[in-house]
Write a protein that binds this ligand. Structure first.
Ligand code: NCD
Ligand code: ZN
Length: 349
């Protein structure tokens, strides 16, 4: 920790404009609502392909990108970075067709999360696609959880890394792999120990543990995949995100759902953090005495790992408290943001 910084935290910080390396933008009227929050803060975002009709082909990918670009205000220079949804049937030909327009490909184990039913069932069937990705320089983004019903939901990340991803990692040493939204100490270790391997870290996994979701009442707006873990896991993620390693970077995994889809007998997984994403990360970094590392995590590590240029413009955060609204309009409906009703110390200028 920097003692001077801890004694008197700065009243404002200027950062190179950050990017969001894991984002759900949805479609239609909901896309219009979700996109505005991210375009205000970030220069680029990796857009997840888990739509009801998943982004499994180059044609679908271009159609989805066109929809996003059409939803942006005319003066916005926000750039959606598109991803292809892998299935057991994805061919090397599809990878080569998508390579010009895709930034990466996403591996959802079938059944692991929202709209993953068409995802990967047998990872060995992915190997021809992984070879084509390696040759085209397309990173593999992984939802690192098993969907095996016999594995406890709190163990699904560690189980998947130990039993599945470690094998693909060993078989494709040159392939860049991003373990998305890591939630455990085990995942931090996996990323640190493996070459060409990085991770996105969400604001909610840095700010909350399973107690916030389950102690003294069940709070569905904290429910997400991977599920929030123990306080010790949260502390390990904080140490990784605020540390000196270049392998951990900002990915909100903001995943809005309508209120009725969350407050339900069988609610959807997803935390809606986009409206105040940067302020949430600034809050964590300040709590860790690591504001001087925020720019590295939010603006440098991601583009460096992906081999893309860092952004040239800047944004400014001010030490001005603000209270997070209870709801936001979300297309035809409303969504509840992460930490609704709570006050956070930072505000984006
Ligand atoms: C995401 C969603 O709703 O699309 N939900 C989530 O809890 N993170 C899917 C995902 O990234 O797992
Ligand atoms: Zn996600």
């Amino acid at each position: 920790m920097n003692d001077a910084a801890a004694a008197s935290p700065p009243a404002r910080i200027v950062l190179a404009r950050p990017d969001d390396w894991h984002l759900h933008l949805r479609e239609g009227a909901r896309l219009n609502s979700a996109l505005a929050f991210s375009a205000r803060q970030f220069a680029r975002a990796i857009v997840m392909p888990n739509l009801p009709e998943p982004v499994t082909t180059a044609e679908r990918l271009r159609r989805y990108r066109a929809e996003i670009l059409a939803a942006l205000p005319a003066d916005s220079d926000f750039r959606p970075l598109m991803t292809l949804y892998l299935t057991d049937e994805t061919t090397p030909h599809t990878i080569r067709e998508a390579a010009a327009d895709a930034t990466a490909c996403k591996w959802y184990p079938a059944g692991a999360t929202t709209h993953s039913a068409k995802g990967v069932r047998d990872f060995r069937k992915l190997y021809p696609a992984l070879e084509a990705m390696r040759d085209a320089g397309l990173p593999l983004l992984v939802h690192g959880e098993t969907a095996d019903a016999d594995v406890d939901v709190f163990d699904r990340e560690e189980f998947f890394l130990d039993n599945v991803l470690s094998r693909a990692r060993a078989d494709f040493p040159e392939l860049k792999i991003v373990v998305e939204h890591i939630s455990t100490q085990a995942a931090v270790r996996f990323v640190e120990e493996n070459k060409n391997t990085a991770a996105t870290v969400t604001a909610h996994h840095l700010l909350a543990s399973r107690n916030d979701m389950l102690a003294g009442g069940i709070r569905p707006h904290y429910y997400c995949a991977p599920i929030l873990k123990r306080r010790a896991d949260m502390e390990a993620l904080r140490a990784a995100a605020t540390g000196a390693s270049g392998k951990f970077f900002l990915g909100t995994d903001s995943a809005p759902h309508a209120i009725c889809e969350k407050e339900s007998p069988c609610g959807c997984a997803g935390v809606f953090s986009a409206p105040f994403a940067l302020e949430l990360y600034a809050t964590v970094f300040e709590e860790c005495g690591a504001l001087h590392r925020l720019e590295k995590f939010a603006s440098f590590n991601g583009p460096d790992f992906y081999g893309m240029p860092r952004n040239k413009t800047t944004i400014t955060l001010e030490k001005t408290p603000q209270t997070i609204p209870e709801t936001f309009s979300f297309g035809e409906t409303e969504a509840v943001p992460f930490l609704a009703g709570k006050t956070i110390p930072w505000r984006l200028q």
